[in-house]
Design a protein around this ligand. Structure first.
Ligand code: GLU
Length: 283
């Protein structure tokens, strides 16, 4: 089977060394196997993504010596695709509109005696809008009230067959437990579709066979696996890699003001030097 990998950054900032590592890992895996390497811009969040970062990402990757196959898929240009999936899930009664504000959710969580928490440490959504009487829900929708769309986790798990797992490269089968995420948001009030939905849809649509990405996203794979089962999408293999850390052991992330590829370029670093800094991944 042909191997298809991808690098799927969100253009919310400039690429840093950690991104270069991820991109090179995916690119190398495809090229070594004579497969395809795809580039996708996950710019679904209008509040955080900026076109100038998209342009800079393509430029930085080309500077690094990476080439990609076919057109770059830009998620914001494909909103009807995600809407179709959401409509399908809604028709099956697997998503529901959630009108809650963050403040309301925080209040309800604070008032509840035992609020369960998700993998990221945040309290799970208490299910307020899942329990709305149908007439109330319909009236609020008819009034045009802003809402997110949440997956009804209990119903979703009830319609997929048996326990879910996926293949983690070099480690074997990983059992999934999407229930620990509760009723995840699949479309936000301020963004037409969520990361979980778009990434899973696009990996399936684009025929990605091996998802390489940082291990910070490993827990989310449980949700992705559930969406694959619900939609009948193929299940790629996964290879979650350790995150790069700086000299003090801090994770490199955009929000930590990590040094960007741009800054390294401006300081005179060559692509070869940068790849050498990444060790085996850059070799
Ligand atoms: N767009 C995601 C990010 O930049 C990564 C998506 C993925 O590799 O699954 O964090």
């Amino acid at each position: 089977m042909e191997i298809v990998t991808r690098f799927a950054p969100s253009p919310t900032g400039y690429l840093h060394l950690g991104h270069a590592f991820s991109a090179l890992t995916a690119w190398r895996r495809a090229r070594q196997a004579g497969g395809r390497f795809l580039l996708r811009l996950e710019d679904i969040d209008p509040g955080r993504c900026r076109p100038e970062f998209s342009t800079a990402i393509l430029d930085d990757l080309a500077w690094l010596g990476l080439d990609w196959d076919g057109e770059v898929r830009v998620q914001s240009a494909h909103l009807p695709d995600y809407r179709t999936v959401l409509d399908g899930l809604a028709a099956r009664g697997l998503v529901y509109p959630c009108f809650c504000t963050r403040a309301k959710i925080a209040r309800e969580v604070a008032e509840s005696a035992a609020a369960p928490h998700g993998p990221d440490g945040a309290p799970l959504y208490p299910g307020t809008c899942r329990r709305l009487p149908e007439a109330v829900r319909a009236a609020r929708l008819a009034a045009g009230e802003e809402h997110a769309l949440r997956l009804d986790m209990v119903r979703a798990l009830a319609v997929v067959p048996g326990p879910l797992d996926y293949e983690e490269e070099g480690k074997g089968s990983v059992a999934c437990n999407p229930a620990r995420f509760g009723d995840v948001v699949l479309a936000r009030k301020d963004a037409p579709a969520s990361y979980h939905l778009c990434v899973t849809h696009d990996d399936a649509l684009q025929g990605v066979t091996l998802v390489t990405r940082g291990e910070d996203l490993k827990p989310a794979t449980d949700v992705h696996r559930l969406l694959q089962a619900l939609m009948g999408w193929p299940v790629p293999h996964y290879a979650h890699h350790a995150l790069l850390t700086d000299a003090t052991g801090q994770r490199l992330a955009k929000r930590d003001r990590a040094e960007t590829l741009r800054q390294m370029r401006a300081a005179g670093m060559t692509p070869a030097e940068l790849r050498a800094r990444l060790g085996a991944a850059g070799a």
